[in-house]
Design a binder for this molecule. Structure first.
Ligand SMILES: [Fe+2]
Length: 277
């Protein structure tokens, strides 16, 4: 199975694994994440201001600021992010024991209804088209993975299978880039595959391939996205600025395997967190 994940990832650019966490097991996580989201919308502890109701996602849902009187919720989330059924997939795709990087919770906007833009993530870091093309042609080894774990049924992501291995066709290029990107919200992308996911399914895609999300006010989007990285590519940045992991007793009462998993993360970043304070 492990090898199958890798093969699917390499050839299609995505994986879709049904029933990784049984649907019944997901219900408590939905309640916890919704409580955290309500708290974020009231007051985002990172900014001291209300979270954006027309936003798409919030980060770091395990942050102690959300769990001061809900420690059991924090333990449940941390154990979920370190669950061997999930880590097996991340480890298989990256080919080694991954390191934790970040948690994200996706939610639907309150009033700003829109289709997402077709894009390749590489276009945000490399606006130059020749550079983008070179990166796609080189097909760099995967150094991180973002696993979607919906907590309600979700059909909010689309992907063009195999597009991570090649440059845009003329029609794809017209949609993604031409006319100042005026066409990039179209529903007419050739060969687009929409993921239809149930709570507890896991899906992921290579973000160098063509993809987009959907941000509709009337379609509940409550989906976790768990990000892991190859240890040798672990970066000190916003995502890993999580000093609450250094709090005394932070790992107490987690499952033993979860403690081992996060201790590797803490060992990697403890000095960074100290230097930040
Ligand atoms: Fe993207």
């Amino acid at each position: 199975m492990t090898n199958d994940y890798y093969k699917q990832w390499e050839s299609n650019g995505y994986i879709n694994v049904p029933g990784v966490i049984p649907e019944d097991e997901c219900k408590p996580y939905l309640e916890i994440c919704n409580r955290v989201l309500d708290s974020f919308l009231e007051n985002n502890p990172e900014s001291g201001e209300p979270g954006y109701v027309n936003g798409h996602s919030m980060r770091k849902i395990e942050n102690s600021a959300y769990h001061e009187t809900h420690r059991a919720d924090q333990i449940a989330l941390l154990d979920l992010f370190a669950d061997p059924r999930i880590l097996e997939i991340a480890n298989a795709v990256l080919g080694e024991d991954v390191l934790y990087r970040c948690s994200t919770y996706w939610y639907e906007p309150k009033t700003k209804h829109e289709n997402g833009n077709w894009h390749r993530d590489v276009q945000f870091t490399n606006p130059d088209l020749d550079e983008q093309r070179k990166i796609i042609d080189d097909n760099p080894p995967q150094t991180g993975i973002q696993l979607f774990l919906p907590l309600v049924e979700s059909s909010d992501s689309e992907y063009v299978p195999g597009s991570h291995l090649r440059w845009d066709t003329p029609e794809e290029f017209r949609i993604r880039i031409e006319d100042d990107q005026k066409n990039n919200q179209t529903d007419e992308m050739p060969n687009a595959l929409r993921f239809h996911l149930k709570p507890g399914d896991v899906a992921a895609f290579n973000a160098n391939g063509l993809h987009r999300g959907r941000y509709h006010t009337d379609k509940k989007r409550r989906s976790l996205m768990l990000t892991y990285t190859s240890p040798s590519y672990a970066k000190e940045d916003y995502f890993t600025t999580t000093p609450y992991f250094s709090e005394a007793g932070f790992l107490d009462d987690l499952k033993p395997d979860s403690q081992v998993f996060y201790q590797r993360y803490i060992d990697h970043f403890a000095d960074f967190w100290k230097s930040e304070t």
